[in-house]
Write a protein of this length. Sequence first.
Length: 524
Amino acid sequence: MSVDWDLLIENHLEKGEKKMSLDLLMESIGEVLAEADDSFLISEQQGGGRFSVNIPIPRLVPTEAWGDPKNISRQDVDKVFSVFRKAASVKDRISMINSFLDPATARRKAPGGKVNTLLSVMQVIEALQAALNDYSESSAGFVFEGFMAALTGGRQEAGRVGGTLPIEDFITETGENVSLKLLSPKTNIHGSFTNLIDYLFVRGASEIKYLVAYKLVESSTVTELAIWDFIINRNNIVDVMEQSGNTNKTFGDKAAEVKQWIQRYEETPEWRQQMAALMSQTPGYSKIRGILLKTGDEEEEEEEEKDKKPDNTYAIRIAKERLAKIESDVEQAAKNFASGKGPDFEKWWSENVSDESLEKAGRLSAGQKNSTKKALKKAFDSASGKLSESFFGDFDAREKSLLSEAKGSSGAGGEEKDGGAQWSISGTQMQKMRSLINLDYYGQINFSQGNIDELSKIYIDKLGEDIMTILNATKEFTEKIGTYFIAENRGEAASANKEARDQGKIIVDALEKDPTGTTGEEIT
């Protein structure tokens, strides 16, 4: 809402035909404020639908580190997320967030009393908004996983599990495995068929929960999430692939036979051996990457081999920088020699390129040392200051080989480079398979600008004047303390010091009134 002050004051003056004066101006403004709808006080402050625009709550910055309970960033926010401990399931915790985002429910919440729950939930809602809006699309998914791990008191899953690539993105506090899909409304749900089979029949897990969050985006901002969950398990996997149109590229003509064999599931080597034989004849299961087709000995050898060859990508990066340093040095040496201020190449080589420096650059073997010297000699003789690209040939090949192991295996058309397949389920198919996959709808999380503005007014009233005074004074106090320490102008620092002390007194006086009380009803 925009307020036309000139028009309001002009109309006021016309009514009484009064002459303008300072006193009259203040009187006019006072009357306008008394009569005007106070919604403009909030709605004029556009902040992307964040509570902190109107209520000075501390902001949390979500990161992928929230997915690791041992990480200090996660430990710092666990105190805030602890307000959700009364709600056991993922759905219950999302429902708790939703209850604070529904104006009708918000109005019924108890005023005053303990407000830590309200403030903590507002912080969590803002952290969710930040996870969805403050990162690139590729990063948002990982940060959202970290957020969900913190919300559920669990952890993100990373690395191989039981020899297989994990399909679960996070594991809840109660040990429930969840695969998280953050999608645009028209985007299908995808997954690796090989990894799903290995999860159910190699790791021995009976089911996996998929949490699907479709996002509504308005003006480049996510303003709503609609959330469902569904289950894929041993008993329904063949039917899910069939009803979603994935049979031809996954089980192929072995679907009926596989379904019959699954009904006889046993955790025995004999059962697994027959399952492996069937899956080897399907078009969708990877013959290269699939763990089901490997014997126990092969899996053990693979893990042992992996232990023998630790990831040395970091060392490669450092070695390449060492190599770049030698390149830079020979460039300068060539210029010095050309101007008569430095030695020739042989002398420079003997004085400046030691075995230790070559080892750090990954060029110490006899062949590498010889090729390195030849390349540097060529660059030195040309005095061009630019090395031939062939100098880096062996090094780059080694680096590319190592890095390729970390790249995804998904190819074009939903097929995987090693012969496996990706299954795909549309949102419409998901809803049509409701009973088969035990589809559960969580509802919509609405953090649009209008909804947050309406809730801000409600919660400001619930918090009360004394608590808002503390929050505002604390914000001012923190800002002035920061200015005091970083201001280069000591006059500005001294002024900030005084203002901080004034705000501190306001905080102390407000706290002495014990505005939250000790026996009041909690806002829940």
